[in-house]
Design a protein around this ligand. Structure first.
Ligand code: FAD
Length: 316
């Protein structure tokens, strides 16, 4: 049986959780077994996870936990239901609990997998390594396995219908660490969740010129990001900084505007599905990583692109 931990901060499923459910359901099909999703706490409409292919949703009650108590609860459920594989999203929570769950189950664990396993000779999973420049393949030899799924690695797939939610009599241990406050980024689309990201570099010359980038992002319904020097200079907030020392993201579309494409920047974005580069220097290294490139002055190209997007959206 495949158990999928469907993370639901504030009672809502993250996209990464729905991807994990889709992945777990497809894995269960491959293994010819059942897929069960686990939700923790109050989640409106948890049964809808059935649409992503699970045959059952189980829930444990509780509104306060830390990584240790959550990992124990997930492992307890896995043990009680006899799960062979536990799948979770490769999010902050997933990263915090995966190792603990694996230790409790005596399971082999691989984090950040990006494809369904190859079951033709054992259980072989694939994950990107060296900042996405190579893939590594791991054979998990233990009977129990714990996987975390890289976000945006597989498309969401609705294959089923809503299912019943069963409450399990498993309780969460009181947390040893209590979160006393969370300061949330206001407005906009959170970068790690975004399908489209419009990102700017030093080529924009200063924060006063960001309006043209914001307008393009707005027209596309995109999140915004930036290179490190831009954040270091205070032109944009630090949480927008992507790269080796910033966030690593994998949107479906990454538009890099006035960014040279240094290796440290690419480390955070080169797993994007499609990369579009706008740069006036045809020798800019980013063009080597680009799917589409525009050699031109961003101050001319970006407003024209925004116009074209708006026109396209208006007529479609
Ligand atoms: C240890 C370490 C870690 C680092 N981590 C990161 C990281 O996480 N993320 C990160 O981004 N960087 C990181 N860096 C910095 C990185 O090496 C580069 O210096 C940085 O990415 C460059 O930022 P940039 O492309 O915005 O600026 P620049 O390199 O100055 O590039 C600006 C680009 O804009 C183009 N341009 C200028 N004017 C126009 C115009 N009018 N129209 C079109 N194009 C124009 C130029 O041709 C140029 O290619 C790190 C560096 C080190 C040493």
């Amino acid at each position: 049986m495949v158990l999928i931990f469907a993370e639901s901060p504030e009672g809502k499923f993250k996209k990464a959780a729905l991807e994990a459910v889709t992945y777990g359901a497809r894995l269960a099909q491959q293994m010819q077994t059942q897929a069960v999703a686990l939700v923790v706490g109050d989640v409106a409409d948890a049964g809808m996870l059935g649409e992503y292919g699970v045959t059952k949703v189980v829930r444990i009650a509780g509104d306060a936990w830390d990584a240790a108590s959550l990992a124990k609860a997930v492992a307890d459920v896995a043990g009680q239901l006899g799960a062979d594989v536990v799948v979770m999203p490769f999010t902050t929570t997933g990263k915090a609990i995966q190792g603990r769950v694996a230790v409790r189950l005596g399971a082999g664990a691989v984090s950040g997998v990006n494809a369904l396993p190859d079951l033709s000779d054992g259980f072989v999973v694939k994950r990107p390594v060296f900042s996405g420049k190579a893939y590594a393949y791991y054979k998990i030899k233990s009977a129990k396995k714990v996987l975390s799924l890289m976000s945006n690695a597989i498309p969401l797939e609705k294959t089923g219908a809503p299912v019943e939610v069963e409450n399990l009599p498993i309780t969460l241990d009181p947390p040893k660490v209590q979160s006393v406050g969370v300061e949330k980024q206001k407005g906009g689309i959170p970068l790690p969740e975004a399908d489209i990201v419009v990102s700017g570099g030093r080529g924009l010359k200063g924060p006063e010129n960001w309006a043209i980038l914001l307008e393009l992002a707005d027209a596309l319904g995109a999140a915004t990001a930036c290179s490190r020097p831009v954040a270091d200079a205070g032109w944009r907030p630090h949480h927008e900084h992507v790269g080796q020392t910033g966030l690593a993201i994998r949107p479906n579309l990454y538009i890099a505007i006035g960014i040279s494409g240094a290796i440290q920047h690419l480390a955070g974005v080169n797993n994007s599905k499609t990369i579009v580069v706008i740069n006036k220097d045809p020798e800019a290294p980013f063009f080597k990583a680009a799917d589409y490139g525009v050699v031109g002055d961003l101050f001319e190209v970006v407003p024209r692109l925004t116009e074209a997007v708006k026109k396209f959206k208006a007529s479609n």
